[in-house]
Design a protein around this ligand. Structure first.
Ligand SMILES: [Fe+2]
Length: 239
């Protein structure tokens, strides 16, 4: 008996625990085959396999390719506030999460982001209706790559928490040339894409259907990212 296309469950319909398991399965499968600390050459079999995996995920992604922007709302004064806040939080409450440190932002920072119209900005950039992931989900957080070798291995985000992410670079100190420094990577059907972005620049992508991660920082380097999560308004309404 053959299985028709209509019989295959669309992963966008998976909710809750099923959505979490979907992200775990793809993350484990990718990590079993590829390591972001040793990126393959474009013609390497590993790259071909990553591209094929991205090809399977791409039809479901609500952001076809990652978008790199310099948002107007990330003004000099806003960046100063966020950098000072992140530095304080790094001292006080950051905790180890895999090979990096995380800390949810404060309620005040969440209110600042809402006042700046970050949700509306991402909606416009992506042509989507979105809801920001609430603070208690701990997704809107600072990520600190501040110890030598800190990195984030290939993964998919769990869709029961987040669909679209915005990664705003808050601060970075590179000791190496821009083309060698730690960067965010995303796999698309055309290849492994590198995003080396500066404070004030932001990357927007659908992390639930785009494999992504960060290559390691070296001794003396550090990168601070503000990660803001969004869910599709329609998906939230369905629950
Ligand atoms: Fe992620």
């Amino acid at each position: 008996m053959s299985v028709s296309e209509a019989d295959v469950l669309d992963p966008r319909f998976l909710q809750g625990e099923r959505a979490r398991l979907f992200a775990i399965a793809w993350t484990r499968a990718t990590r079993a085959m590829a390591d972001i600390r040793a990126l393959p050459a474009p013609d390497d079999p590993e790259t071909e396999c990553l591209r094929a995996m991205a090809g399977h995920l791409a039809p479901y992604s609500s952001v076809p390719v990652p978008i790199l922007r310099t948002p107007e709302w990330a003004s000099e004064s806003v960046m100063e506030v966020l950098a000072a806040n992140a530095a304080r939080i790094a001292e006080q409450s950051a905790y180890q999460a895999e090979q990096k440190r995380n800390s949810p932002v404060s309620k005040r920072v969440e209110m600042l982001l809402d006042r700046l119209g970050v949700v509306e900005y991402v909606e416009k950039e992506c042509g989507l209706r979105l809801v920001r992931v609430p603070g208690e989900m701990r997704y809107t957080s600072y990520i600190f790559y501040d110890a030598p070798g800190s990195f984030l291995q290939w993964h998919l985000d769990a869709r029961h928490i987040v669909d679209v992410s915005l990664l705003l670079c808050i601060d970075r100190l590179d000791d190496r040339d821009a083309d060698e420094a730690s960067a965010t990577y995303a796999v698309t059907p055309t290849g492994v894409e590198r995003f080396h972005f500066q404070p004030g620049q932001a990357l927007i992508f659908d992390g639930a259907f785009t494999l992504h991660g960060r290559s390691p920082v070296a001794e003396g380097e550090n990168v601070t990212i503000l990660r803001i999560g969004f869910r599709l308004a329609d998906a939230v309404a369905e629950v």
